[in-house]
Design a protein around this ligand. Structure first.
Ligand code: PLP
Length: 391
């Protein structure tokens, strides 16, 4: 059952065609149930007052709407303190993955290259290269044995993969664990890829939750072979805008710009205008992220303590994951006991095999709502455990 929903590795083949993004088949119908206690979000839930902060209107979309809007890269260039020629705007991070791939492959002589993708991950990372008939291999970041601290890479496995591949695709803050790389692993990955002429594509949609952390190092700072992808979706709560960006060396960025025009044409002007208006306010959301951590996490900690569940809390971000007690199956738990109490979580087998009894939980909602959700999660856990122990 689990494999049906997780990322599909390998190569596209004529039998299955383009593999589906299985986790959406699972997730969307459950989201549509509108369970009142939603702990499943992978993004911040921030109440933007767009109407109030908009500088101008987005209503005349049928006319020449772009007008005198300034270059959308300026905001990112200022925020990231980088040259504007290193930036390409796109329709969200998911499209950014395709564009970064096209750019990374632009100067590659081989028609069919191997691409290594880190697991667990967001399925489009694994499945995008297959759209172009490239072969994808899997490398892992593993949970710590005592479930405490960083998830680490197996350097031997990674070295073998890096020697075989032209591109490495990673997501530094791992979905679903919420942990970033150990700094030693990050440096080793960058050095080893440089030595082996491998381009790194880093999906950094969660990394801004660490912006004010001393160890915040986006990959675009680490060398010409590194591409960072980010968007307003997750940390900034504006997925509906479809506003993302890529930061790369000027050479790769130029290829990415051409790829974007080929794949996407231009950005929608309402999106550009709203993005331009919200950029000066992005730090307000980062403060909210910290506020929600401070208010919500103590409730989660004490709930898990009651059930003797080990909790490997990431020191940044908006979600983490834990293992259910008594081998309770997470998909069954979410569809039975959680549903009974109106709670929604995400089963971790959406991201990799071997996580059948793990769930991802987010603390990105308003503290009053979080408190109610935790009360109901406790009820769901009690029910599932009592069923399990009376079996
Ligand atoms: C790692 C990762 N990257 C990208 C996305 C989607 O980003 P966007 O909405 O900017 O395409 C998600 C959404 O779940 C994700 O988990």
């Amino acid at each position: 059952m689990a494999e049906d929903y997780g990322p599909v590795y390998g190569s596209k083949n004529s039998e299955i065609g383009i593999p589906s993004i299985g986790y959406l088949d699972w997730y969307v119908p459950r989201l549509e149930e509108k369970r009142p206690h939603n702990l499943s979000f992978s993004g911040m839930q921030y109440d933007w007052d767009v109407k109030n902060i908009m500088k101008d209107s987005i209503y005349q979309v049928a006319n020449q709407h772009l007008g005198n809007l300034r270059d959308p890269r300026v905001n990112i260039s200022i925020r990231e303190k980088i040259d504007i020629n290193r930036i390409v705007i796109c329709n969200g991070a998911t499209q950014g993955l395709h564009i970064a791939l096209c750019a990374a492959l632009a100067k590659n002589e081989n028609k069919n290259v191997t691409i290594a993708v880190e697991s667990p991950c967001y399925a489009p990372l694994v499945q995008s290269p297959q759209l172009f008939n490239h072969h994808v291999i899997n490398i892992n970041r593993r949970q710590p044995e005592n479930n405490h601290g960083f998830w680490r890479i197996d350097k031997q496995q990674w070295l073998e993969a890096i020697r075989k591949c032209a591109i490495l695709m990673i997501s530094p803050i791992l979905n679903p664990s919420g942990w970033d790389y150990h700094p030693e692993d990050r440096n080793w990955i960058v050095d080893t890829c440089k030595k082996n002429d491998v381009i790194i594509i880093a999906d950094e949609v969660y990394s801004d939750s660490k912006r004010n952390h001393e160890d915040y190092v986006p990959f675009h700072q680490l060398g010409d072979n590194c591409i960072s992808i980010n968007s307003l979706t997750k940390i900034y709560s504006l997925g509906t805008l479809r506003f993302g960006w890529i930061i790369a060396s000027p050479q790769i960025a130029e290829q990415a710009r051409r790829a974007f025009i080929t794949l996407g044409g231009i950005m929608g002007s309402p999106t550009l205008r709203i993005a331009d208006s919200v950029f000066p306010h992005l730090d307000n959301v980062l403060h909210k992220v910290e506020e929600y951590r401070q208010k919500n996490l103590p409730l989660l900690r004490s709930l898990l303590e009651k059930f003797n569940i080990t909790w490997n809390e990431p020191p940044y971000g908006i979600f983490g994951s834990f293992r259910l007690p008594y081998g309770i199956n997470s998909m069954k738990f979410i569809d039975d006991e959680c549903k009974e109490y109106g709670v929604l979580l995400v089963p971790c087998n959406m991201f990799d095999d071997g996580f059948d009894d793990w769930v991802r939980i987010a603390w990105s909602i308003e503290p009053k709502l979080f408190q109610e959700a935790v009360i109901n999660l406790e009820k769901a856990l009690n029910l599932a455990i009592s069923k399990k122990t009376s079996e």
